[in-house]
Design a protein. Structure first.
Length: 469
C-alpha cells in the first residue's frame, strides 16, 4: 500500500526553527562553507536548484527546490520488475568534451523503472545510467556497477540522480552534496558502466522514501541493474558482469541485494558485492545515531517504516510528543545538511511521550521489535563474493554490528572478504569516524570490485575472523 506524500512542499518559512541559509548564522555558515569545500574536492560547482515541470502540471517543490516532472510516476506501471517506465537525457554536473565528440566521463540517462516494494506491490523508482567514454580494459564485455548511495536524506531534492546533475544543491533550508559521485566517476574512468538507484520514494514523488528498508532498497538496486540492460544505445551485453556497490545506507542496500539476488533476481549476472559500513542491525544502529550529528536519521527511519507499514502510525503517534511529531514532519523533506543543522545531536528522549530514549521505547513495544527484527541483514547467504568493510571506531553505523554481519555470512558458507579499517578515533558522534573509513577504503574497494568484474577469483578470509578486530 502506498501513501501519497503529504509534505511535498516545505521551506525555511514553514519550519522557522531551522536556520535560514539565506541569512547564515555562525553554525549555518560553517556548514555551507564545508559543503562548498567538499563539493570542490569532488570537482563540483553549485548550480541552480530548479527545474521546470511539464506544462499543465503543478510542480512538486521541496524546501524551495522544484522537482522535475519526470519524477512523477504514472498511474500504471509495467508488470516486469526492472522494466523501464521512461527515460530522458541527464546532463552531468561535471562533464568535459572528449576528443572523439563524446562527453567525458560518459553519457548519462535519467531513468524511471518498475520495482516491487516490501509489501509486494508495484513501485516506480528513479535513477540514472551512465555509459562511460573510457574503454573497459578488463576481461569480458563491459561490466555494470549498480551503485547504492549513502545517506542523502528523505526529501525528493536529495535524490542521487539529481545530485549527478547538481552536485551541490542549496535551496530554502536545504543543502545536498553528491558525495558518492566520486565513486561513480572512478568506476567510469575504469571503463565500467554505472547505474545509480534513487531508492523507493527518493525523487519519485508518489510516496515517502523508505529509508533503510532492506527489501525496498535491495529490490530497487537489483531492478536498477535490470533496467540498465534496456537503456537504448548501451554497450552492455547479456554476458556483462554486474557488481553491487554501496557504503553506509548504500552498504545496507548492497548487502541486502546480495542476499536477495539468488531468489529475486537470478537473471542478474552478479560477480561481487561491496558493502561498506552496512547498517545490518538497526536496533544497534539507532543507538549509535541517537544523540549524534546525524540524529535526524532517526526521523527518516521512523517515517519510512510508517510508510511501509501504515499500522505503525498509531504506535508512532502514541509514543511521540508534540516536539517529536513536528520533528518527524520536518525531517521528511530534509537532506543530510538540513538534518545536521536542524536536529544534530538531538537526544530522542526529547521526542518521546514518556521522556525515554527511542531504544527503550523499542524494547518495550513488541510491534517495533518485530519490525526491526525483519530488517536484520545476515539471515540469508549471498551467492556471489562479498567484500565487507567497517571502520573499527565507527560510532554512527556501529563497527560491532557490521562485523557481526560478516560472521553471520561466514557461518552460512558465503565467500566473504572482511576488512577492518584501522584508523584513530577522530571524534565521538560527529560523523568523522564514519566518513573517514569511506574515503580511506574506497580505492581498495574499487580495485577489489574491478577484479571481480574482470572475472578474477577471490578467496574468503572467514578463517581470519577470530583474529580480526
Amino acid at each position: 500500500m502506498s501513501t501519497r506524500r503529504t509534505t511535498r512542499s516545505s521551506s525555511a518559512a514553514s519550519t522557522p526553527h531551522l536556520l535560514d541559509p539565506r541569512r547564515p548564522g555562525r553554525r549555518t555558515g560553517r556548514l555551507l562553507a564545508a559543503s562548498v569545500a567538499v563539493a570542490a574536492c569532488l570537482g563540483a560547482t553549485a548550480v541552480p536548484a530548479s527545474a521546470t515541470g511539464s506544462a499543465g502540471s503543478e510542480p512538486v517543490v521541496s524546501r524551495g527546490v522544484t522537482i522535475p516532472a519526470f519524477y512523477d510516476p504514472p498511474a500504471e506501471l509495467p508488470a516486469a520488475d526492472g522494466s523501464l517506465v521512461r527515460t530522458e537525457p541527464l546532463p552531468l554536473g561535471i562533464s568535459l568534451p572528449g576528443l572523439d565528440g563524446r562527453r567525458l566521463p560518459g553519457t548519462a540517462t535519467r531513468l524511471m523503472y518498475k520495482s516491487t516494494d516490501a509489501g509486494g506491490g508495484p513501485v516506480a523508482v528513479t535513477g540514472a545510467y551512465i555509459e562511460p567514454s573510457a574503454a573497459w580494459k578488463g576481461a569480458g564485455p563491459r561490466p555494470l556497477v549498480a551503485l547504492a548511495s549513502g545517506t542523502m536524506g528523505q526529501g525528493d531534492q536529495c535524490a542521487p540522480s539529481l545530485s549527478l546533475q547538481h552536485p551541490l544543491t542549496i535551496g530554502e533550508g536545504t543543502v545536498s552534496i553528491g558525495y558518492d559521485n566520486l565513486a561513480v566517476y572512478r568506476f567510469l574512468a575504469a571503463g565500467a558502466a554505472v547505474v545509480v538507484t534513487d531508492y523507493v520514494g527518493l525523487g519519485a514523488t508518489d510516496r515517502l522514501h523508505t529509508y533503510v528498508d532492506r527489501v525496498d532498497e535491495g529490490h530497487a538496486l537489483l531492478d536498477a541493474a535490470r533496467a540498465a540492460r534496456s537503456v537504448a544505445g548501451t554497450s552492455l551485453t547479456p554476458e556483462s558482469r554486474v557488481g553491487l556497490y554501496g557504503y553506509s545506507q548504500g552498504g545496507g542496500a548492497s548487502a541486502s541485494a546480495a542476499e536477495l539476488q539468488p531468489s529475486y533476481a537470478p537473471d542478474v549476472n552478479l560477480a561481487g558485492t561491496y558493502a561498506g559500513a552496512p547498517p545490518a542491525d538497526l536496533t544497534e544502529v539507532m543507538k549509535g545515531i541517537d544523540g549524534s550529528a546525524l540524529a535526524g536519521a532517526l526521523g527518516w527511519s521512523i517515517n519510512g517504516f510508517a510508510q511501509s507499514d501504515p499500522s505503525l502510525r498509531a504506535v508512532v503517534d502514541a509514543n511521540t510528543n508534540a516536539v517529536g511529531k513536528a520533528a518527524l514532519k520536518d525531517t521528511s523533506t530534509m537532506c543530510v545538511g538540513d538534518a545536521i543543522l536542524g536536529h544534530g545531536f538531538t537526544n530522542s528522549k526529547k521526542w518521546t511521550a514518556n521522556g525515554k530514549p527511542l531504544a527503550d521505547i523499542i524494547a518495550a513495544e513488541p510491534k517495533l521489535r518485530a519490525v526491526l527484527a525483519q530488517q536484520r541483514i545476515g539471515n540469508l547467504r549471498p551467492a556471489a563474493p562479498v567484500r565487507l568493510a567497517t571502520g573499527v571506531h565507527d560510532d554512527i553505523v556501529g563497527h560491532e554490528q557490521a562485523r557481526q554481519l560478516a560472521v553471520d555470512w561466514c557461518r552460512k558458507g558465503a565467500n566473504v572478504t572482511y576488512e577492518a579499517v584501522l584508523l584513530p578515533n577522530l571524534g565521538d558522534k560527529i560523523l568523522t569516524n564514519h566518513l573517514a573509513p569511506y574515503l580511506a577504503d574506497q580505492g581498495s574497494a574499487i580495485s577489489w570490485m574491478t577484479d571481480r568484474l574482470s572475472g578474477r577469483k577471490t578467496a574468503s578470509n572467514c578463517w581470519s575472523m577470530p583474529l580480526q578486530p
